[in-house]
Design a protein around this ligand. Structure first.
Ligand SMILES: NC(=O)c1ccc[n+]([C@@H]2O[C@H](COP(=O)([O-])OP(=O)(O)OC[C@H]3O[C@@H](n4cnc5c(N)ncnc54)[C@H](OP(=O)(O)O)[C@@H]3O)[C@@H](O)[C@H]2O)c1
Length: 267
């Protein structure tokens, strides 16, 4: 376990639902939020071993944690996943829409749009349904709420192979802004994180190959990959009072990767 650098005292006892917490960034967010004293509802899809590991890690922080399961390709199931999460601790203070699929598919290899549709279901439609269910439940109980969407720099700058993924993440950034506008008067904040390259179990082998690492890291002014702890700390910030005036924002965390653009290198 890594110690969180900042402590947001107002997060203690906050009930947060994190989707896709069985590996990678979601597991890192869970670990950091547990260190901040949040009670957690952790979602997974298939990786049971992964979610058990996350559960064990977060429980070591002395918080309460529960698990829910669901495949977001089946949008008919999303409301019931949300209802289970809401009932675990008799309500929720925050929702982190992190679950997602990183689809690499050339448009001409997906002429019927199957990969495109599946990607939009998991990365955009499920967050829409979860956030809307959360806002409705908060409104009924006249409670404030806080939503963090895990988007991607592909929502802002992208490349070949990513039509489905980039469309889903640009859509998620737009959804963040619209829902922030619609729900501001309810006391519900909605913000996005837009990460760059964060090595996770799924990508360790490729991203830590020396040639590949050099190529990526040299393009990042900050000189390193992101970590799941970077993502966890940014999530804690967005869920805390420290960011009270932020809503409808897309917070880019990419070590400066997309700020640089494609200008020639100068000495
Ligand atoms: N890592 C990066 O560099 C990076 C950069 C930008 C954005 N992101 C975003 O960060 C989020 C997490 O990705 P990650 O990199 O941490 O990858 P990851 O380790 O593969 O995590 C993906 C999570 O999403 C869940 N998931 C996948 N398909 C699902 C489905 N059909 N229904 C419900 N849940 C599903 C997975 O659950 P199971 O494993 O249990 O099936 C897993 O918990 C994604 O939204 C991704 O787009 C990542």
């Amino acid at each position: 376990m890594t110690e969180s650098i900042c402590h947001y005292a107002d997060l203690a006892g906050k009930r947060i639902f994190i989707t896709g917490a069985s590996s990678g960034i979601g597991a890192g967010m869970a670990e950091v939020l547990a260190e901040q004293g949040c009670d957690l509802v952790l979602h997974y899809h298939q990786n049971q071993q992964g979610i058990e590991k996350t559960l064990e890690t977060v429980l070591a922080s002395g918080i309460r944690a529960e698990v829910v399961q669901g495949d977001f390709r089946n949008l008919d199931l999303v409301q019931s996943v949300f209802d289970q999460a809401w009932s675990k601790f008799a309500g929720l203070d925050g929702l982190v829409n992190n679950a997602g699929v990183v689809t690499k598919s050339l448009s001409l290899k997906d002429v019927e749009g199957r990969a495109f549709q599946e990607t939009l279901a998991v990365n955009l439609q499920a967050p829409y349904l979860l956030s809307t269910a959360f806002a409705e439940a908060c409104k009924k109980q006249q409670l404030p709420g806080n939503i963090v969407n895990n988007s991607s720099i592909h929502g802002q700058a992208t490349c070949e192979w990513f039509s489905a993924y980039a469309a889903s993440k640009a859509g998620l950034d737009a959804l963040t802004k619209v829902q922030a506008v619609e729900w501001g008067k309810l006391g519900i904040r909605v913000n996005s994180l837009a990460p760059g390259v964060v090595p996770v179990e799924r990508t360790f082998d490729v991203l830590y190959q020396p040639k590949m690492q050099k190529k990526w890291v040299s393009a990042m002014p900050a000189g390193r990959y992101g970590t799941v702890q970077d993502m966890g700390m940014a999530t804690a910030f967005l869920l805390s009072k420290a960011s009270e005036w932020m809503t409808g924002s897309v917070l880019t965390l990419d070590g400066g990767l997309i700020a640089r653009g494609h200008y020639p290198y100068r000495d």
